[in-house]
Design a protein around this ligand. Structure first.
Ligand SMILES: N[C@@H](CCC(=O)N[C@@H](CS)C(=O)NCC(=O)O)C(=O)O
Length: 243
């Protein structure tokens, strides 16, 4: 089976797709593209959309974590990413959709905003990246990429303050899904990969550690998405975090 995964270094949905490929024991080659520039690259590679993950699988192009999960289950049904039991499948699919639409954008905005404030540790997010150029060179192009990525991802101060205020409720929701057994079981499902990678990216921000430490959500992220790269020191004004 031939699979090529296009991602962006440190991208949580790219890592989710990678974890799903590993779960299916499908051999894949990962190619990392430079953030923002990747939009044009994906078009050049004849993908219809502008986001990663983008997967070339057996000659077909599949884009987006949710479409990739469906394609992987169709191609190699075992082990399943979606439960067979209809009621469980409904719960897992709802958790996956929440993870994709509500939870996933939050760490994206917070990280780009943090890096705009302090990019001294930016190269930590490039650890293990397969960019085709040395990490030290890629990191030198950091400032314009960060500025553009923060802009296209709407990481404005206003949005970031709102994200920080909403974060405890989002983490409570993840802990609730774990308590209900929708995620966190012995056999990881599609929602585990979708959600744990977002929590893992949140955990790279030192500012958020007091919110995350001791939560089942953090333990879940460590188990499902181990070795997530990146670390950003405290950068947000204390008042934003207290709120
Ligand atoms: N929610 C979708 C989209 C993923 C997404 O937005 N990926 C980001 C990188 S983390 C991206 O490619 N954004 C486009 C851009 O930054 O220009 C998924 O799970 O596949």
């Amino acid at each position: 089976m031939k699979a090529t995964l296009f991602g962006v270094p440190g991208s949580h949905p790219s890592f989710a797709a990678e974890l799903m490929l590993r779960r299916k024991r499908i051999d894949y080659r990962r190619i990392d593209l430079v953030a923002v520039v990747h939009r044009g690259m994906l078009r050049a590679l004849r993908f219809p959309g502008i986001t990663v993950p983008a997967l070339r699988l057996e000659g077909k192009r599949v884009q987006g974590t949710r479409a990739i999960a469906v394609a992987l289950d169709a191609l190699r049904p075992e082990p399943p990413l979606f439960p067979h039991d209809p009621e469980r499948k409904r719960a897992v699919s709802a958790a996956e959709a929440w993870g994709d639409e509500v939870y996933q954008p939050v760490p994206r905005r917070l990280v780009w905003s943090s890096l705009r404030r302090d990019r001294s540790t930016m190269s930590s997010y490039l650890e293990g990246a397969r960019l085709g150029v040395p990490v030290s060179i890629a990191a030198r192009a950091g400032a314009p990429v960060i500025r553009a990525a923060a802009h296209v991802n709407h990481a404005s101060d206003e949005n970031v303050r709102r994200d920080l205020a909403n974060l405890p409720a989002l983490l409570d929701h993840v802990d609730g899904l774990l308590r209900a057994g929708t995620i966190g079981g012995a056999d990881p499902n599609v929602a585990d990969f979708q959600i744990a990678t977002s929590t893992a990216l949140l955990a790279t921000l030192d500012d958020l550690r007091p919110l995350l430490d001791g939560r089942p959500a953090l333990e879940h992220a460590r188990r499902i998405a181990p070795g997530y790269p990146g670390r950003t020191p405290k950068v947000f004004p204390a008042a934003w975090l207290q709120a």
